[in-house]
Design a protein around this ligand. Structure first.
Ligand code: SAH
Ligand code: SF4
Ligand code: F3S
Length: 465
């Protein structure tokens, strides 16, 4: 993760002037849950006498929070670990720790194969980090990759590392029970468990009190969030839609987003809750993966093309101005040209506003790796992915063009990268808009009229409501 000088100064002031604290540098790869986990790790380490630094050269401890989702994600991390080896050559006392999904997947293999690594800590063992670090300081390499059925870090207030002071991630659950055949996450993150809703609401309230204006509730499959508690004589059940309402009610001026929704679990109840509360953003990330029912079955996604389209219909009728984004995998095992065409046609039919698109990457020990042949040739995967990317380019452009001439409420998130005179922010539909600053500040809501667009952003100016 990138830090800027401003972040570093925030940390230093938060940590008193005690320069004797050992300094930890954290680099993060992978999904938003990993970003949030690094914030939990920072919180645990600060409470145990460490300081966080954004400068790798002044670090006493280098931590890399890793991702295993595709082979190239792991290759990138291996490259970084080798680079840390260079840092260690010039400063041998530096400790190097591997956290996250690669730690969980590769376990002691990482210690054996990468001599520079001093500790390996899986996603459910971060409370052990201070103990493992102390042992490593005494020359003892350490590993803890135990997965838990309970750990949700519910009581830990994450230290916001990417501090823009406006938007924050809040994890509401961990793990995944879905077992999509291609996916490594159930193995690296363990079984699904939901976090106590009262701790979620408390964390959201703290964020509001600290001036935050947007939260994104995170889970691999937020729609299966589930909590039960005893209220007197009755057992009370809290579903995702109940939780969404509880969070929306914390403050009407706080924007609420969530990710990721699984098509098989997205209920109308959730859609009605979204429609009812103005501050729940009108955007749903609903990974389709493939447009072919046969491939979806092999992927163990538990919905058909028709089921997916039924959910799209429900979204369109309950929340007419909702944007929809997705994830797509090209070239899954046995995928034919006909299957691929069905993916292209479902993309057209839905008209996705945005998509993350990937080539299938076989992950060791997953169901697909054990039972199916990764038989689509590399060049075919590449060509199909290119076709998907090209089509999505057109759909994304169309989605932006449809916004030209309209007005949107926009949360100002920061200064535009291209101009000091402009801000960027997002619409409720999660589209980025760039506009002249006038006399406004980061963190404010403004109304913006969209006058133009580029392939990546909307362009507009502030107007009166
Ligand atoms: N929990 C989320 C997504 C988790 S991973 C969900 O269920 O939708 C993010 C995306 O990575 C997935 O949606 C999928 O499109 C992609 N992905 C996961 N495993 C992959 C693999 N082995 N090869 C290629 N893409 C993969
Ligand atoms: Fe992986 Fe499927 Fe779980 Fe998403 S729902 S994390 S794709 S197993
Ligand atoms: Fe990657 Fe682990 Fe997230 S594999 S996508 S960091 S859950």
């Amino acid at each position: 993760m990138d830090f800027n000088a401003e972040d570093a100064s925030i940390f230093e002031s938060a940590l008193s002037d005690d320069s004797s604290r050992p300094k930890v540098y954290i680099e993060t790869y992978g999904c938003q849950m990993n970003v949030n986990d690094s914030e939990v790790v920072a919180s645990i380490l600060i409470a145990n006498g460490y300081a966080i630094t954004s400068n790798i050269n002044e670090a006493d401890v280098i931590l890399i929070n890793t991702c295993s989702i595709r082979e190239n994600a792991e290759t990138r991390v291996f490259g970084r670990i080798d680079l840390f080896g260079q840092v260690k050559k010039s400063k041998p006392s530096v400790l190097v720790g591997v956290l996250g999904c690669m730690a969980e997947r590769l376990k002691d293999q990482l210690l054996e194969e990468k001599k520079v690594v001093d500790l390996v800590v899986g996603p459910d063992a971060y409370r052990e980090l201070p103990v493992l670090l102390r042992a490593a300081e005494d020359g003892q390499k350490g590993i803890n990759v135990l997965l838990s059925r309970e750990e949700t870090y519910a009581d830990i207030s994450p230290v916001r590392l990417d501090k823009n002071g406006v938007s924050a991630f809040v994890s509401i659950m961990r793990g995944c029970n879905n077992m999509c055949s291609y996916c490594v996450v159930p193995y690296t993150r363990g079984a699904e468990r939901s976090r106590d809703p009262h701790t979620i609401v408390r964390e959201v309230q703290e964020l509001v009190d600290a001036g935050y204006r947007e939260v994104t509730l995170l889970g691999q499959n937020v729609n299966s969030y589930h909590w039960e508690e005893q209220k007197g004589l009755v057992k009370q059940k809290i579903s995702f839609s109940d939780l969404l309402e509880m969070v929306a009610l914390v403050d009407p001026r706080l924007r609420v987003r969530f990710s990721t929704s699984h098509p098989k679990d997205l209920t109308n109840e959730v859609l009605y809750t979204m429609a009812m509360y103005e501050n729940i953003c009108n955007h749903i990330h609903l990974p389709v993966q493939s447009g072919s029912t046969r491939i979806l079955q092999l992927m163990n996604r538990k919905y058909t093309r028709e089921d997916y389209l039924d959910r799209i219909k429900a979204i369109r009728s309950i929340i007419p101005d909702c944007s929809i984004s997705t994830d797509i995998i090209a070239g899954f095992c046995t995928e034919t040209e006909v299957d691929h065409d069905m993916t292209l046609s479902i993309m057209r039919e839905v008209g996705f506003d945005f998509a993350y698109m990937f080539k299938y990457s076989e992950r060791p020990n997953t169901k697909a790796a054990r039972q199916l042949k990764d038989d689509v040739p590399e060049e075919v995967k590449t060509r199909r992915l290119m076709e998907i990317i090209e089509l999505q380019g057109k759909l994304s452009e169309q989605s932006k063009k449809n916004d030209v001439g309209k007005r949107f409420e926009v949360l100002i998130e920061g200064e535009s990268k291209k101009s000091k005179d402009e801000f960027f922010g997002r619409t409720s539909q999660n589209k980025v808009v760039v506009f002249p600053k006038e006399n406004h500040k980061i963190g404010e809501f403004v109304f913006v009229e969209v006058t133009d667009c580029t392939p990546a952003t909307l362009i507009g100016h502030i107007v009166e409501e």
